[in-house]
Design a protein around this ligand. Structure first.
Ligand SMILES: *Cc1c(COP(=O)(O)O)cnc(C)c1O
Length: 380
């Protein structure tokens, strides 16, 4: 099974193609498996912020997890209930905070003392009390690429435990913020569930620390990060959500009435998107030939940015297989989707599908080289 060339629209390449049926199947499973335990899922908007995709996700009753003011605005536009919107980020601007306050969002995930103070001041101005969760850096290794790990002491994210007494002291003086939760997010594309086990153990320890100081928050938010299978997108079209949620149900010790929240991005939308591109030229190379395609790092930057490997398929050709370096037109040597990739013999005009591009694909598009913005099309 791969992308069926006959279902694709006859439009100018490159373009993003979203399989809405797969998205629905994935959402069905996330809903079923999280409802089993009464867990709350907030979709991480930064993975894919297309309004059609947001509307579909919202229709399942999930909340939204935002990392910018514009993401908060887009989520509201897509219909997400304000009281299911969480907002994280190390550098929230005054305007972004004020707009989030005006939207009465569920919770700010706060990453530092100065940020707490600014939220307090702006909430006072708006005549509101801001709900906050402390984003704690749990110092748990997510065993993922160094650019997408976020939960180590050396990362810029979250509050370190050695600073926590100071945070509580600061909080005690702030009348316009209310502590309602603890927030964690250890990284992205985590495929070994052991990392999440490590997170649970750590959260249990930290809950004890707060409990010893008479603090019991209403909710725990364990972030996102569940990975997908980039090698075999058709064999594993969705991650094992049942195992994932079960692990938290079994390992995380919630206090009575405490709710558990998740912020899933990639695992929800990653597999439903493909970047469809056309072969412009096939050119002789020293080791392997180059298949030069009309999409580049401006349309999908993950290979260049994180050394990510997406499955690449020639969906036009059924000729015997040869090896190609599949590269884009951008004037950068890192503009390469894959080296020595086995493809059926490839010719000018063939369509290439770059799979598993639904997350952190279209949202990272740039206009470098004055490229035109790539369009998106959706299956029924
Ligand atoms: C990026 C991010 C997520 C989503 O991560 P995925 O790996 O896409 O699930 C969740 N929470 C926060 C705070 C994030 O920054």
């Amino acid at each position: 099974m791969s992308i069926d060339i006959n279902v694709l629209p006859a439009v100018k390449t490159p373009f993003y193609w979203y399989d809405m049926q797969l998205l629905e199947n994935t959402l069905d499973v996330v809903k079923r498996e999280s409802d089993r335990y009464g867990f709350n899922v907030h979709y991480a908007v930064k993975a894919n912020a297309n309004i059609d995709i947001l509307k579909k996700i919202h229709s399942y009753g999930f909340g939204a997890d935002c990392v910018s003011g514009n993401e908060v605005a887009r989520s509201v536009e897509a219909g997400f209930a304000s009281d299911k919107i969480v907002y994280a980020g190390v550098g929230k601007s005054d305007d972004e905070i004020t707009n989030a306050l005006r939207n009465d969002i569920f919770c700010f995930n706060v990453e530092s003392i100065p940020e707490l103070e600014v939220i307090n001041e702006l909430a006072q101005k708006e005549g509101k009390i801001a709900n906050v969760a402390l984003r704690i850096n749990p110092n748990v290794d997510a065993s993922t690429h160094k650019y997408i790990t976020t939960g180590l002491a050396e990362n810029k994210f979250g509050i370190n435990m050695w600073d926590m007494e100071n945070v509580l002291e600061a909080l005690a003086k702030l009348d316009f913020v209310k502590l309602i939760g603890l927030h964690f997010h250890i990284g992205s594309q985590i495929t070994d569930l052991k990392s999440f086990k490590g997170l649970c153990v750590r959260v249990n320890e930290l809950q004890q620390w707060f409990y010893a100081r008479q603090i019991i928050v209403d909710h725990i938010n364990v972030g996102g990060g569940l990975g997908i299978d980039y090698t075999n997108p058709d064999k594993e079209p969705m991650p094992n959500f049942a195992e994932y949620f079960k692990l938290f149900a079994e390992m995380l010790e919630l206090r009575p009435k405490q709710s558990l929240h998740f912020e899933l991005g990639r695992s929800i939308v990653g597999q439903c998107g493909s970047l469809i591109t056309k072969v412009l030229y096939v050119k002789n190379g020293k080791n392997t030939d180059f298949a030069i395609v009309d999409a580049g790092m401006t349309e999908l930057i993950r290979p260049a940015l994180y050394q990510a490997q997406h499955k690449i398929e020639n969906i036009s050709s059924e000729l015997p297989v040869k090896k190609y370096d599949v590269v884009g037109p951008i004037c950068e040597s890192s503009d390469c989707f894959g080296k020595a990739i086995q493809l059926p013999e490839t010719k000018r005009g063939d369509l290439i599908a770059i799979r598993s591009a639904g997350a952190y694909g279209e949202v990272m598009v740039s206009e470098y080289n004055l490229r035109s913005r790539v369009k998106a099309y959706y299956s029924k």
